[in-house]
Design a protein around this ligand. Structure first.
Ligand code: SF4
Ligand code: SF4
Length: 724
């Protein structure tokens, strides 16, 4: 499988990225063995047995890597723990002081366990396919789920940074929300989501590959959940255009043959994790690694755009996507991440086309490329998606108002959710502290737990432990504590006022925003019907929705603005670098500044204007937007919109979500309807139809079935709805 995270692009110029290569690979992956006792259907390490190099050759390879100054050596497989060479390799790595990392699905035992206890890896990615049943079935062995968690505990106890790695297939995509919970409870500090690569056994399993609609849902999942957990979309999806900053900490860059290479068990050197020996540039048992690196991968380093890519205005930034996914046949995921149907805003173009001047391409808008052949067999090209946001009747589009953001809390440092009291921080080039994972706070950790488990005394205790002393009176924390203790007012007007009061918090958290919206929506879904609301209640609800839209817009602009830093150049000398590209953290690379220059080149000097345009194109919680058709009603209804229904009689409309079958509903005359009210009316009119789809499917993101799911599953199943 491809790398969990990406190797950095340390070269000076962005043009070097596509046409050139590093004099020394940043990352060398070593498939130590293809052996494994498990039988995962997605494993690339399948095929004819390959003879591994002998122990002397293995030690010599470690020496070559260390002598060359490679930043990271990643041991992978197969299952590297199955290799009899591993103890000697690890001993040699330790002797040479080489930074290294490990991919595994097993718990070390026997001699290698002792060796690892003495010389733990800097970073370990442990495979986790989903909940116990899903994981064990996938791995072909009962007990492998428990073993994976035990392995995470083992390596955390040794001080290694631990990630959970999930390859998302059609078999486990429906379990992703449950997997989020498991990862959250596990010792993993980071969660990486991978796509299947058609190699090895997976080459014969097209049934496991995600279809277009599933890929789109996966992209949304990552976007949303990154507000709560350190989660990253791995490289195999390739470049994701304007959605990149929502999916990854740094722009996707394919480093195959230019920043990284892979050594196969017998010493063949290939650009990435493929067993295709026609891609080999030489064998380390007969030629030095650095010579192979210097002279090899010529075609890849001069990678010319496929005919399809030549006509694509993203090529300058995309470079044709993940080599591993595309070298056997053209594949493009543009129709997964691109929003079609609307010309891109100039600011968006600035983000996506930052390289055009360097590459000599033309910035002319081009039609979307053809969907690749394999994908076309899966599913037709992109669904018709439209942009824009609905305007409530007499209540225009909620604007993301730009108001001065509250000062960040001085004593609330960046904290990963998995390790809320122990931030993973390294020193940047100026001695400043740099958080290695998505910046998340203690409040996200508490809210995620509350959303997954529901209010309880235990949660209150946890909250009080985590909450910074100085925030005891902060309105956001006060609200969260009331929620955790089950003390929120049941009366709609009082609840609305409590939500508005919480917006005075000094926290700026999209997790908190989601909890506030959820707290307002609950009495809307469960209380008296909307047409029975009095004028005071209406005014309270409207004022609260407006306040949420305005304040959350401000928070979001601030939060995502900082995430966009690596993408959108700012007029500042140094951009704080969330560096999680190499697995063997924590050393920031010496070329950090150069990498930042490269990013500035790549994404252009777009500044505030680009941020505004970008936010406008990616509205908050847009995966929950409903399409409403009928006379004088908005075409799209977002969570911050309100529909006024005139006094002249009930209004017949159809409501649908993301191309689902339209459902007729009657909006009561004279009412003011929020998004939650519309859900309620649809549910009341169509419960039978809504019950027909299996609730366990990954389509659980369908908001029209939220009232049904609330009734059936309560909090445990609600995470996917309410974490947006
Ligand atoms: S081919 Fe490139 S993008 Fe794909 S996994 Fe390998 S290095 Fe990453
Ligand atoms: S056609 Fe697809 S793969 Fe090629 S450059 Fe455009 S987005 Fe990338």
């Amino acid at each position: 499988m491809g790398t969990y995270a990406r190797t950095p692009h340390p070269s000076r110029r962005s043009s070097d990225l596509r046409g050139g290569h590093r004099p020394i690979p940043s990352l060398v992956q070593w498939m130590v063995t293809l052996d494994c006792q498990l039988t995962c259907p997605h494993c690339l390490a399948a095929g004819d047995p390959v003879s591994a190099m002998d122990v002397e050759a293995a030690r010599a390879l470690v020496d070559q890597v260390a002598d060359a100054g490679v930043e990271e050596l990643l041991l992978t497989g197969g299952e590297p723990l199955s290799s009899p060479l591993l103890p000697a390799i690890v001993e040699q790595i330790a002797q040479r002081g080489q930074a290294w990392s490990l991919n595994t699905a097993r718990l070390p035992t026997g001699r290698i366990r002792d060796v690892l206890q003495r010389h733990p890896p800097d970073f370990v990615a442990v495979s986790l396919d989903g909940p116990r049943r899903v994981h064990d079935a996938f791995r072909g062995r009962i007990g492998s789920f428990d073993e994976a968690l035990e392995s995470m505990r083992f390596f955390r106890a040794l001080g290694s940074q631990v990630a959970a790695g999930t390859t998302v297939t059609r078999r486990n995509i429906a379990s992703l929300t449950h997997t989020l919970r498991i990862v959250h409870d596990s010792p993993a500090q980071v969660w990486g989501l991978h796509l299947l690569v058609p190699e090895g056994r997976a080459a014969d399993r097209p049934d496991l590959r995600l279809r277009r609609r599933e890929l789109r849902r996966l992209v949304r999942f990552v976007e949303d959940k990154r507000n709560y957990v350190p989660l990253e979309m791995a490289d195999e999806l390739g470049f994701c255009g304007e959605r990149e900053p929502l999916l990854r900490n740094l722009p996707m860059t394919c480093g195959a043959g230019r920043m990284q290479c892979v050594v196969l068990p017998d010493g063949e050197v290939v650009p990435c994790t493929t067993l295709d020996r026609t891609a080999s540039a030489g064998n380390v048992t007969t030629r030095p690694l650095l010579d192979i690196w210097r002279d090899g991968f010529g075609a890849l380093r001069q990678r010319r755009p496929e005919p399809r890519c030549q006509a694509c205005d993203y090529f300058a930034a995309c470079g044709g996507g993940c080599w591993l996914q595309t070298h056997d046949q053209p594949r493009c995921y543009r129709d997964v991440w691109e929003r079609t149907g609307q010309p891109r805003a100039a600011a968006g173009l600035a983000v996506a086309l930052g390289l055009l001047s360097a590459s000599g391409c033309s910035a002319v808008q081009q039609p979307a490329p053809e969907t690749d052949v394999a994908a076309a067999q899966d599913e037709p090209p992109a669904d018709a998606e439209t942009d824009g946001h609905g305007h409530g009747h007499g209540h225009g589009k909620p604007e993301l108002l730009v108001t001065p953001a509250p000062e960040p809390a001085p004593d609330l440092g960046p904290v990963s959710v998995a390790e809320a009291r122990e931030p993973l921080v390294v020193s940047g080039p100026r001695g400043e502290e740099v958080d290695l994972v998505v910046e998340l706070g203690a409040i996200e950790a508490v809210i995620l737990r509350l959303t997954l488990d529901g209010p309880s005394t235990e949660r209150v205790d946890e909250l009080q432990r985590i909450r910074p002393e100085s925030h005891a009176d902060d309105p956001g924390w006060v609200f969260v504590e009331s929620y955790a203790a089950g003390r929120l007012p049941g009366d709609l007007s009082e609840r609305a006022r409590a939500v508005r009061a919480a917006l005075g918090t000094s926290e700026r958290s999209l997790a908190l925003a989601a909890l506030l919206y959820r707290s307002l929506a609950e009495p809307l879904l469960e209380g008296p019907p909307p047409q029975d609301r009095g004028s005071v209640e209406r005014a309270e609800v409207r004022a609260t929705i407006d306040a949420l839209a305005t304040t959350v817009g401000t928070w979001r602009r601030d939060i995502l603005g900082s995430r966009l830093d690596p993408y959108l150049a700012r007029d500042r000398e140094h951009v704080p670098h969330r560096f999680m590209m190499l697995k063997s953290m924590p050393q920031p690379p010496p070329e950090l500044r150069l990498a930042q220059d490269t990013l500035q080149e790549r994404w252009g000097h777009a500044g505030q204007e680009a941020l505004d345009g970008w936010l406008d194109r990616h509205p908050y919680a847009d995966s929950l937007t409903l399409d409403i058709e009928g006379p004088s009603t908005p075409s799209r209804l977002g969570i911050h919109d309100i529909v006024d229904v005139g006094p002249d009689g009930d209004l017949g409309v159809t409501v649908r979500w993301e191309g689902s079958e339209p459902l007729d509903v009657s909006l009561p005359a004279g009412s003011e309807l929020t998004w939650a009210d519309v859900l309620r009316l649809v549910d009341e009119a169509h419960r039978g139809t809504l019950e027909q789809k299996p609730l366990e499917s990954f389509d659980q993101g369908d908001p029209l079935r939220l009232p049904l799911r609330r009734e059936r599953f309560e909090t445990d199943w609600l995470a996917d709805f309410w974490l947006f």
